[in-house]
Every structure is written in structure tokens, then in C-alpha cells.
Ligand binder design. Structure first.
Ligand SMILES: Cc1cc2nc3c(=O)[nH]c(=O)nc-3n(C[C@H](O)[C@H](O)[C@H](O)COP(=O)(O)OP(=O)(O)OC[C@H]3O[C@@H](n4cnc5c(N)ncnc54)[C@H](O)[C@@H]3O)c2cc1C
Ligand code: FES
Length: 268
């Protein structure tokens, strides 16, 4: 049996610079995984960080998109095409795909939080493995320059409803300005058949959850992907616990209903 603590060494086949501080790597690494799972990614000499898989199952290459915020992500950011990095995983529970059948799905993302949602979004709209109702993507970033997947957003906008917003208008941005929560005022929600899938800064998910509840969406139908501090990724070290749950194995995907029993709503 492979030692789960020893990273697999994989080659970077392609690097896409998404924003000044976010890159997407395509990796030479066939792997079975579910949408919403994550990897422990290491740049040698700097350490490991949990990063979501942003490609969909069945796509040619495994992809990750990460933001340069500290030591490990800086180390990754400096790697070049054909360099090697380490990965462990996949880890975590992933999104509840079977519960999305025939539902209207609203994806709501902030910043680099779009990365894990892209995996699921592409799985649904490209692979067409499940039949859903209306699909909407609401995405907010600090500025237009900070938006991920600019080309894909244009493609998706021809297939599903896509609403974008920025905190600060710049670079000739002519679209919406304001927090992503405001985009919920622009769409019709059938609260009885809606599943909302959220990923982004915790404060954004807190306000979006509150607005969805106000609009009548059941807390069991609000699904959040959390980004907590982690180490082992396997439920051993206790770094990522929330009450009696480990975010790395019981999550990172939780429903709002599950979280309500674990943490005060002013935290997430
Ligand atoms: C399940 C999961 C999936 C993730 N997916 C992605 C992804 O797809 N793309 C991506 O860019 N990032 C993702 N993250 C966040 C990423 O793991 C952290 O940004 C990374 O660990 C930072 O490591 P570092 O050594 O570069 O920075 P550090 O030196 O560890 O941290 C730099 C700063 O960021 C803060 N920070 C670090 N980690 C977190 C965290 N998890 N939550 C909040 N603040 C944090 C630190 O407190 C510090 O202020 C994910 C996290 C989790 C748990
Ligand atoms: S990261 Fe070690 S228990 Fe979750």
C-alpha cells in the first residue's frame, strides 16, 4: 500500500497566468477524484498547502488554480513549465452531485473560490452527466483584472446565466460594481427546487447564506466549500477541526444546516 504521507512527484505541463497573483497549472497526473475534492500540493523546499482540484473528472489534465498568499503558494508561483511539484490526495468529501439532479443550481463564488466550483460547473454543463434545471453563476472579484477563467466565463455565458461583479471598477470595466450578494437581487429563485453552491472568503459565504435564507432557500440546500488551515488532509493532525468535525475528511463541503449545528453564524 502507498504511504499517503509521501507526495507523488508530477510534472507541470502548462501554466496559465489568470491574474497578477493567480496561476492555473495543468499537471501530468491521471487520477480518479470527485468534484470538490482537494490535493495537498508541495513546492519542494517550501512546504505543502491544500488546493482544490479545478478540472472536472474525465478531463485530459488535472488542474489546480492557486493564489500567491504566502510561502508555499509563492514557491508554487515561481515554478516553470516542465518543473515538478508534489501532490497527495485527492482528499475530502466533494460536492453532493446526486442531490443536484433536476434542481436549479446557483453557483456563487468570490475570488479564487471559483476554482473548486469550476470543476463541478464543467462537470454539469460540459459532461452533461446529470439532468438539472436552470444553472446560474454569480461571481465577484476585487477588480476585473482579478477574475479567474476570463475565456471560460465568456463560453459559459453562452450556455448558462452568468452575472459578474467587481468591488472596484478599473481597466475599463463597464459591468456591475458591488458585492456578490447584490447579484441575488437580479435573479428569480424558486426556493423549493434550488441548490446554492458557494465558495469564497468566509465573510462572503456568511452574507450570501443569510441572503439565500431570507429568499426562502432551505439551509440544507445551501452548500459551502470551506477553506480552513490544514496539515495532514487525512483526519490525523486536528489542524482543521470545527467542533467535532474535521474539515479535511468530513468536508471541505458542508451544508449550511450542518454548519449551523457546529459554529456560531457570526463565524461562517
Ligand atoms: C480544502 C481547501 C482548498 C483550497 N483550495 C484553494 C485553491 O484552489 N486555490 C487557492 O489559491 N487556495 C486554496 N486554498 C487556500 C490555500 O490552502 C491557502 O491559501 C494556502 O494554504 C496558503 O499557504 P501559504 O504557505 O502560501 O501561505 P501561508 O503563509 O500559510 O498564509 C498566508 C496568509 O494566508 C492565511 N491563510 C493561509 N491558509 C488559509 C486558509 N486556508 N484560510 C484562510 N486564510 C489562510 C494565513 O493566515 C496568512 O495570513 C484551499 C484551502 C483549503 C483548506
Ligand atoms: S488537516 Fe489534519 S486533521 Fe484535517
Amino acid at each position: 500500500m502507498d504511504n499517503p504521507y509521501i507526495p507523488r512527484v508530477v510534472r507541470i505541463l502548462r501554466i496559465q497566468k489568470e491574474t497578477p497573483d493567480i496561476k492555473t497549472f495543468s499537471l501530468e497526473c491521471p487520477m480518479d477524484f470527485s468534484c470538490g475534492q482537494f490535493l495537498e500540493v508541495s513546492s519542494f523546499g517550501t512546504g505543502e498547502a491544500p488546493i482544490s482540484i479545478s478540472s472536472s473528472p474525465g478531463e485530459k489534465f488535472l488542474q489546480i488554480s492557486f493564489k500567491r498568499v504566502g510561502c508555499v503558494t509563492e514557491g508554487l508561483f515561481n515554478l516553470k513549465k516542465n518543473d515538478y511539484l508534489g501532490i497527495r490526495g485527492p482528499f475530502g468529501n466533494g460536492f453532493p452531485i446526486e442531490q443536484l439532479e433536476s434542481k436549479d443550481i446557483i453557483f456563487i463564488a468570490g475570488g479564487v473560490g471559483l476554482a473548486p466550483l469550476k470543476s463541478l460547473l464543467k462537470f454539469i454543463i460540459c459532461a452533461k452527466r446529470i439532468k438539472t434545471g436552470n444553472i446560474t453563476l454569480l461571481y465577484g472579484a476585487r477588480t476585473a483584472q482579478d477574475m479567474l477563467y476570463k475565456k471560460e466565463l465568456e463560453v459559459w455565458a453562452k450556455q448558462i446565466k452568468v452575472l459578474l461583479t467587481v468591488d472596484t471598477p478599473s481597466c475599463g470595466w463597464k459591468g456591475r460594481v458591488g458585492v456578490v450578494t447584490l447579484l441575488l437581487d437580479e435573479i428569480k429563485i424558486n426556493s423549493l427546487k434550488t441548490k446554492a453552491i458557494l465558495c469564497g472568503p468566509e465573510i462572503m459565504m456568511r452574507f450570501v447564506s443569510a441572503k439565500l435564507i431570507e429568499l426562502g432557500v432551505n439551509t440544507a440546500d445551501i452548500v459551502l466549500s470551506l477553506e480552513r488551515q490544514m496539515k495532514c488532509g487525512m483526519g490525523k493532525c486536528g489542524h482543521c477541526y470545527i467542533a467535532d468535525k474535521f474539515t479535511c475528511v468530513d468536508g471541505p463541503v458542508f451544508t449550511r444546516a450542518e454548519l449551523d449545528g457546529l459554529v456560531p453564524t457570526e463565524i461562517i
